[in-house]
Design a binder for this molecule. Structure first.
Ligand code: ZN
Ligand code: ZN
Ligand code: FE
Length: 761
């Protein structure tokens, strides 16, 4: 006989871990117990040496499918003479952090039951088990028990209770367990009136969608607005009511086959679509397709996801006459947080939706759909939210507990403890007060949920960012040390941290981005940095040009094009598209603004150069959403073209003037926009390679981190990676956080850890 105590950490709660241990222990004839603690799972074991050894070997092999084990510590313990193996009540420790599971897409077993007429959960839209269902979005506190979720208000019926209490059952301690007799219900509301309930409501919703209506549907992390994606009229109606003129809309189809009829789905993309996180996956669009062009104007991609809740499966069920693809876009007013409460939906979505499919399971934490692209077989994140939050990213080294506030665009925050970086879900643009409130709420929730009280606050160097102000307020209130991190340094550091680079390592960071406060008073965003975690040097950068009218110019790419033309010494003649966009008065005003420099901040943002070229090629003169001009420029590029435009490098400044001049020449020779777009992309990639080569010689660094929102351009990314690799560089790309500002908080946090723990040493 031997006795051991085992402590397991990682994502081990809400994923069927205890029944897994229970089954494993019984299989190896071990006695003892298992229980959740605030820091993980504790196991007491007694039995023969061999059996104990086999138990631990199997546990180390991975646990149940959705678990993510970080550590297993086993130590000999005094024997207590247990008889049998039990699952004990959770032990609550007041000050210990524990990762909470992310929300999980409906599993195959639950789907089969939902589709079986004999099952008591036949067509029940809230079926779930220990392998699937809501987690993060319903958790109010830890340990993860029903009473601390939004299921607390639903009293289990005897049948559900029996399953919940039976360790041999798939629903043993599945906290959201429910059935039609005791669980949440759906209903359809029209003009505030309950029109139908249960399955009738689902069928009525389908009928309305098939008829071209817009229906607001309560989901897992918030509401969607849904309509028939194959009906131009329905999509146009949704756009018009949502005032979202051109931004691409996310789509949902019943299964992979349906997706593959409208988009190109590689094996890797199929894995991402079908993963438990169920993100929106950006896929090359097929042409022709029955999807309305209004879904993604000017783009060659569609963002598709597969159903991830039982309700989605019921709503999307294939049937003759029912649309094969639905628009499923986050329900919010432009750039506000996603609506997640019934009363808010009634107040805010009534003018957009013809009807609302509601349910009575509260959403505690709102979470948008995550968005990823495929990059050479791996997910390349664009937005990290539902399905990923709050799974931690592992840091390369530990230090003080840091709360990083991120930036003002695509805001996310980050809380660290030991070597865990807990990344908040995507919040949005803090220009909207509602989003700033959502940020504060989410931070409060995380601090409570993970029992983390920060010692250091990190923020962007920009003094006027809302995130900076909130960070300084917080630091002042609690007397915490604050650390300001330069925007592009944070981008580079986030990429370094993802790749586990150690404390003293350095890289060539290429941060191509729209914007970022520079310590010299200009806006940075075409940056080559020699960077470590603690510091960086700006060793080369794009030329800065004036942005007439400042930030407002980003909505009007033609103005940026005019500024670049002026810089390149090209006269504003009416054969050039951006010149035709402005009338004579505006041209005169811009000319005098640019000459005087008054109210004309200077920007080296690579994103602004894309804006300028997009307008110059007549592709996009006015942007209705962020990065529209650049995205449409990328989509327009001719794939087979191999020419390129020249950039000159003088000292530590890259001047795109020769490229601008060459584009104008090409246009005047009648070269088509797709060819010119391709040449611009390749020229920029070649310039990146050339500058990195110089910097390698000067600084002895052969590792390049590509970061900043511009790198979401996969055409540019592909060209640059190929050229850099050919040149012998090791290239680091983002895999866990977005290259855009959604990744800033991680970078800020790790810079703050490196800085403050260095000072403490
Ligand atoms: Zn299930
Ligand atoms: Zn029940
Ligand atoms: Fe940025």
């Amino acid at each position: 006989m031997n006795a051991q105590r085992v402590h397991v950490t990682g994502v081990v709660q809400g994923v069927g871990f205890r029944p897994y241990v229970w089954t494993l222990a019984r299989r190896h004839a071990l006695s003892g117990w298992v229980r959740n603690s605030s820091s993980g799972v504790d196991i007491a074991l007694e039995g023969a040496d061999d059996d104990l050894g086999r138990f631990l070997t199997e546990l180390e092999a991975g646990g149940p499918p959705q678990a993510r084990i970080d550590t297993i510590d086993a130590a000999p313990a005094p024997s207590a003479g247990y008889t049998g193996f039990e699952i004990l009540e959770s032990k609550h420790e007041p000050d210990v952090a524990l990762p909470v599971a992310a929300d999980l897409a409906t599993c195959g077993d639950c789907l089969a039951e939902m589709r079986s007429p004999a099952d008591r959960r036949h067509r029940y839209p809230f079926i779930n088990c220990t392998n699937c269902g809501p987690r993060y979005t319903i958790v109010r506190d830890i340990p993860y028990d029903r009473a601390r979720t939004t299921m607390a208000g639903f009293e289990m019926c005897p049948d559900c209770r029996r399953e919940y209490d039976d360790p041999a059952d798939r629903r043993f301690h599945a906290q959201p367990v429910a059935c039609p007799a005791c669980g949440p219900q759906v209903w359809l509301e029209v003009d505030g009136r309950r029109e139908s309930e249960g399955d009738d409501a689902v069928r009525a919703t389908r009928a309305r969608l098939a008829a071209g209506e817009v229906v607001a549907i309560k989901g897992l992390g918030g509401f969607h607005l849904a309509c028939d994606a194959t009906s131009p009229a329905a999509v146009a109606r949704l756009r018009e009511r949502k005032h979202r003129e051109e931004k691409p809309l996310a789509l949902m189809a019943a299964d992979l086959d349906a997706v593959a009829r409208h988009a190109v789905v590689s094996d890797a993309a199929a894995d991402m679509l079908g993963s438990v996180a169920r993100p929106v996956v950006l896929l090359p669009a097929r042409a022709p397709s029955s999807i309305a062009p209004e879904v993604a104007p000017g783009r060659r991609e569609h963002g598709f996801m597969l159903p991830y809740t039982p309700l989605h499966h019921l709503l999307l069920e294939p049937e003759a006459g029912f649309p094969e693809v639905l628009v499923m876009t986050s329900a919010n007013l432009t750039d506000e947080p996603i609506v997640h409460r019934n009363d808010a939906a009634r107040a805010r979505l009534a003018s957009i939706a013809d009807a609302m499919l509601l349910h009575d399971r509260p959403i505690h934490v709102r979470a948008d759909d995550s968005v990823v692209a495929e990059w050479r077989g791996r997910p390349y994140p664009f937005r990290r939210a539902r399905g990923y939050a709050p799974l931690p990213v592992r840091l390369p080294f530990a230090g003080p507990r840091v709360l990083a506030f991120g930036g003002d665009l695509k805001n996310t925050f980050c809380l660290t403890r030991d070597r865990h970086a807990l990344l908040g879900h995507h919040i949005g643009d803090l220009e909207h007060h509602e989003n700033t409130c959502a940020l504060e709420e989410a931070i409060e929730h995380y601090e409570r949920l993970f029992r983390i009280s920060p010692e250091v606050v990190a923020h962007d160097l920009h003094p006027d960012y809302h995130s900076t102000r909130r960070a300084l307020e917080r630091g002042g209130r609690d007397g915490l040390r604050t650390v300001a991190v330069q925007h592009h340094h944070a981008h580079v550091a986030s990429c370094m941290a993802e790749h586990g680079l150690d404390r003293d390592e350095r890289v060539l960071g290429v941060s191509f981005d729209g914007t970022g406060y520079g310590p010299d008073g200009t806006i940075w965003g075409g940056e080559f940095l020699v960077a470590g975690y603690r510091d960086f040097e700006r060793v080369c950068h794009l030329e800065a040009v004036g942005l007439p009218g400042g930030d407002a110019a980003t909505r009007r790419p033609y103005r940026i094009a005019l500024s670049w033309l002026r810089h390149a010494g090209v006269a504003w003649t009416p054969d050039l598209a951006p010149v035709r966009e402005a009338d004579d008065d505006e041209l005169a005003l811009l000319e005098s603004q640019l000459r005087s420099g008054v109210n004309v901040p200077r920007s080296s943002g690579a994103g602004r150069l894309f804006d300028a070229v997009s307008s110059l090629l007549g592709i996009c003169h006015r942007a209705s959403y962020e990065a529209q001009a650049a995205s449409e420029l990328e989509a327009a590029a001719a794939p087979a073209e191999t020419g390129s435009y020249p950039f000159t490098v003088i000292g530590d400044v890259v001047d795109p003037a020769p490229a601008i001049g060459a584009i104008v020449e090409d246009l005047r020779r009648g070269v088509a926009a797709p060819i010119a777009s391709a040449r611009f992309h390749r020229g920029l990639a070649m310039m990146t390679r050339d500058v990195c080569r110089r910097l390698r010689d000067a600084h002895g660094l052969a590792r390049v981190a590509l970061t900043g929102g511009v790198w979401q351009n996969r055409l540019l990314l592909g060209l640059a990676v190929e050229l850099l690799v050919d040149e012998g560089f090791e290239v680091l790309l983002h895999e866990h956080v977005p290259a855009n500002d959604g990744g800033l908080a991680l970078g800020q946090a790790v810079v703050a850890i490196a800085e403050t723990s260095e000072r403490a040493r």
